[in-house]
Design a protein around this ligand. Sequence first.
Ligand code: NAD
Length: 321
Amino acid sequence: MLIVPESAIADLMTADESFTAVEAVFAAMSRGDAYNFPVIREAIGHADALYGFKSGFDRAGLNLGLKSGGYWPGNEARGLTNHQSTVFLFDADTGQCRAVVGGNLLTALRTAAASAVSIAHLARPDAKVLGMIGAGHQSVFQMRAAVRQRSFEKVVGWNYHPEMLSRLADCAAELGLPFEAASLEELGAQSDVIISITSSQAPSLMDAHVAPGTHIACMGTDTKGKQEVEAAILARATVFTDEVAQSITIGEAQHAVGQGLIAETDVNEIGAVINGTHPGRTSDEEITLFDGTGVGLQDLAVASAVVERAVAAGVAIEVAF
Ligand code: NAD
């Protein structure tokens, strides 16, 4: 069995490799070659922690396994990351444990790769302004992956806690792009692509803010009750997702479907666009929205790619198990 520790991931995995792995598994899901198992998520009644598993099997990539992880709110005070994730990969032929891989950085990379895949396949080719809603831990990974997909000339940002906006400004500077803090009205009017990655329970981006032709990647809503954008936007947009079942229950579409504004059949798999069985965007005026809920198969895809790279680089730790 191989171990790839968290500390080794940064030197092994890039945004581009994460993109390739996630795009391939979204395509496999839509072909019916890969499927996610039901998600387990429990409040364990200790340390205020939420703990769970996301798992699945990709017959095309022969990736079988799970990501175990959760949220420990007291970790920061101990100098640890609040979100803790570990990926376990199993041999699809024998069921033996193939690898244990640190999953913290990989979670950020695979989440950023998902919105980047949506931008690559759904944003207007001439997109120039990237709007960022959210300035938390995930936001900079999102920005770094997004700017690789279009020739963005500017980043505009809004955050519920304005004091956190310097994180976006610093990241834009690192990428050589000008940054402007904006109101939601200004952000919506200027942006060709909007990424929303917050832990909000109520919509920030409203329908009236969004200009025709925008692509929106809603990446923060991954639980029942969370919401980042007004449900009416989903009624106006063509809606795509990683997995329809998650989108309508724990994703952004839970609200639009719950309010009867759209039906389950209005939510399309991004994998269908990748595979060419859905046309994706069909006009410059169309609003496209990607509801990125986060699936276990994304974790397995990037973890498997990391194991390959770790073996090639001679840094995978082999243990008899
Ligand atoms: P974080 O705690 O570092 O940052 C939270 C962000 O949400 C900050 O920008 C904060 O200002 C904002 N926020 C908090 N309360 C708000 C409110 N009431 N209204 C609007 N904004 C508010 O979190 P993070 O690690 O950056 O994660 C952001 C979100 O992304 C979380 O909800 C997390 O669960 C989700 N997430 C989704 C996936 C996925 O695959 N879709 C993967 C990882 C994380």
